[in-house]
Structures are given as C-alpha cells and as structure tokens.
Design a protein around this ligand. Structure first.
Ligand SMILES: C[S@@+](CC[C@H](N)C(=O)[O-])C[C@H]1O[C@@H](n2cnc3c(N)ncnc32)[C@H](O)[C@@H]1O
Length: 368
C-alpha cells in the first residue's frame, strides 16, 4: 500500500479536501481516497499536487519525508506528561516483584536505620509505595516531578500514608540541595531527559556523604530482546536493526538516551560515586490467556506501553511520520508499523500468550 504525504501537506497548509479537490480538478471523495490509501493518483495528478504544494513528486508519494527538521517530543516537559496518567496507571501493573525490592532493601543495600529518601521524576509516587513499606519506621519520602498532574495525584494517593511524605512540583534540573538525603532514587526518569548527567549531578549533590544513590533505568536493547509473542518468529518480530535507527537518532539529536540504563554506572563513576554495582530487575511478565483477568491487565499494560489503539490508522500515520523523522526510510517505517500491527493483532484480537521483561537495570553506589 502506498501512503501519500497528502494529509500532512493539506493539514500543514490549513486547507480542506474540497478546496484541494477544486484546485486539482477531482472530487473531494477522490482526495479522501488518496489520503487513506484506498486509491493512488495518476501521474498527472501527482505532478499537479507537487506543483501546488511546492514539494517533489517523491514527497507527494511518501518516498521522501516532508519535514526534514528533527522534531523532539520534549519528554522532559510538563506539557508532555499532562495527559499521561493513564499510561502510568496501566504500565505500572505488575512492574515489580515485591519480594525482589524487599531483598534489595534488606539484603543488598542492608538499610537498617531510618532514612530520608528523595525520588526525582517521581510521577504519581509509584516508588514510594514500592520501597517505603520495607524501610524502618521514621523514614521519610520526598518526591519531585515537573508535572502538576502527577504531583496532584501523588498527593491524593498518599494523603493517609503511614510514613511522612512530601511531593513537590519542580523541574529536576533546578533541584539544588546539598547533602540532605540518605537515599536518592529514580525510576524511568533519566531516560526522558536530554541532559541526564545534569539531573544526575543534582541527585548526587542532594545525597549525604555515605548515602546511597539508586537509578532504575531502561536499556531498550534489553527491553526489546526480552519480548516474545506466541506464534510469531522471535528473530524477525524484534526488528532491532530498524528500531536502533530511531533510538540512535534521538540520541544523536541530544533528545533522549535509549540506553541510559547501560551507561549509568559510567556516569555515576564520572560523578565520583563509589562501590558501584548493577543488578537487573527480575520481573518477567508471562501473560497466559487461560488466566483471563490477569491476561487482560497485562495486555492493557503492554498496549499502553506501546501506545496501540483499537483502530490505529491515524496512529500508524503519526508513527510513520515520527519514524521517518528519526532516520528510517519510508519503507522501514511502514515495515515496523506493520510489524507492530501484527503484534497488536496477536495480543489484542487473538489473545495469544506473551512474555515481557522490563529491561530495567538497577545501578547503585555510595557517595564517599
Ligand atoms: C516514565 S515517568 C516515571 C514516573 C515514576 N518514576 C515511575 O516510575 O512511575 C517519567 C516522569 O518523569 C517526569 N519528568 C520528566 N521530565 C522531568 C523534569 N525535567 N523534572 C522533573 N520531572 C520530570 C515526568 O513528569 C514523569 O512523571
């Protein structure tokens, strides 16, 4: 199927299908068919469209992207997160094995005294619920996040918390405190930043001497490799080579670091942290359709993480636009979205069993 760039061009000029139809000399239904891929224009119309929009015929045909300038989704701003609560709700289902966090607190980090904890990019306070129950009475938790929406929800969730808790709406880049906390943590936060090292430095500065820093962050290569859906071919469904192109473009453009998890020990070393160790989060979700309720929740979590919708024509169009903007050819972008479509079909319609790791690396060390 050929997907023309017609819709994007028409929208960017703010003109209606009827207006374009009149200029080109066809019916507006024809324009609609061209935009949805139900029909392809004759060469004379492709040329007419290219002239009208002042672009090349390849750009009309979708063989070249229209926008050449890289655009960032600006995941380090409050604007991006203002409507992402549903994402947090669904994607946090069964994210951790509680016993593993207990093991880390008691056996690995050996926290026995009460501690003051700071969580940067805390979202709705997920880590507070995960860690605080295992800490000694008298321990406190402070969460900081740029998004007012997240902070409001965090405040309501923890209104009756059994431990002293404080949530502040603040940009982590501006958070400058010195030696206040015994433990500074973050999860799935540094991966959203263009300058993770700056935020990390603020985390280190906030830590008391002898204090513990813990960063739980993704590595997309691990995350991607740790996925399997029943009935699909493991090697070909991953499309790692193609995906790596857009991950690395985001990195080159200093937008986001897809592998910040794997780089963290090195960043912490540069910031003077000692006794650095790395563990892997041990949760592997196996969704078995015979357990219907659990399957449905794991399915919702996965669908949310991928951003899939039931009817995704519009979503696919946007995905292709984003992917071509991040260095994929049109063919690769379409191949990848089709592949995601197949995965979605297997999970949402056919309800196939699937397996998913988190790809989280847990890097920790002490300030000496
Ligand atoms: C993927 S969520 C993770 C939330 C939480 N740590 C968790 O694991 O559930 C990323 C969070 O980082 C926050 N964030 C992004 N940029 C930020 C910044 N510059 N300063 C503070 N928080 C930021 C977002 O608002 C969002 O809540």
């Amino acid at each position: 199927m050929i997907t023309l760039n017609l819709f994007e061009l028409r929208k960017s000029r703010g003109i209606t299908q009827s207006y374009l139809a009149e200029v080109i000399g066809v019916s507006f239904q024809t324009i609609s068919k061209w935009e949805t891929g139900m029909a392809v224009p004759d060469v004379k119309y492709v040329i007419a469209l290219a002239k009208f929009f002042g672009v090349t015929t390849d750009q009309i045909l979708g063989l070249q992207p229209i926008k050449n300038d890289y655009f960032s989704r600006r995941t380090e701003t409050a604007e991006y997160w203002k409507d992402k609560l549903h994402y947090i709700h669904n994607s946090r289902f069964e994210l951790w094995n509680l016993d593993y966090m207990e093991f880390l607190v008691r056996k690995v980090w050996k926290i026995e005294q009460k501690v003051d904890v700071l969580d940067l990019g805390c979202g709705n306070g997920y880590l507070a619920g995960l860690i605080m129950p295992f800490l000694t009475e008298g321990s406190t938790y402070t969460g900081i996040d740029i998004s007012e929406v997240m902070i409001q929800e965090a405040k309501s969730i923890y209104a009756d918390a059994k431990f002293p808790v404080k949530f502040l709406c603040k940009d982590a880049y501006d958070h400058q405190e010195t030696e206040q906390y015994d433990m500074v943590i973050c999860q799935a936060f540094l991966r959203e930043l263009s300058k993770p090292k700056e935020a990390l430095k603020n985390m280190v500065d906030s830590l008391k001497t002898g204090g513990l820093i813990v960063c739980i962050e993704v590595d997309r290569e691990l995350d991607n490799a740790g996925t399997y859906i029943e009935g699909m071919d493991y090697a070909s469904m991953l499309m790692t080579e193609i995906q790596r192109k857009y991950w690395t473009t985001e990195l080159e453009k200093k937008d986001r670091d897809y592998a910040v998890g794997i780089r963290l020990p090195f960043l912490l070393k540069d910031l003077g942290i000692r006794d650095i160790e790395v563990r892997m989060q041990d949760k592997v979700k196996f969704a078995d359709p015979r357990n219907e309720d659990e399957y449905n929740r794991l399915q919702a979590a996965y669908v949310q993480e991928k951003g899939w919708k039931e009817d995704n024509t519009e979503g696919d169009r946007i995905a292709v636009e984003v992917l071509t903007n991040r260095g994929l050819t049109r063919e690769e972008a379409e191949q990848l979205t089709q592949n995601w479509g197949q995965m979605k079909e297997k999970i949402m319609k056919e309800k196939k069993a699937f397996l998913k790791t988190t790809g989280f690396l847990i890097t920790f060390g002490r300030k000496r």
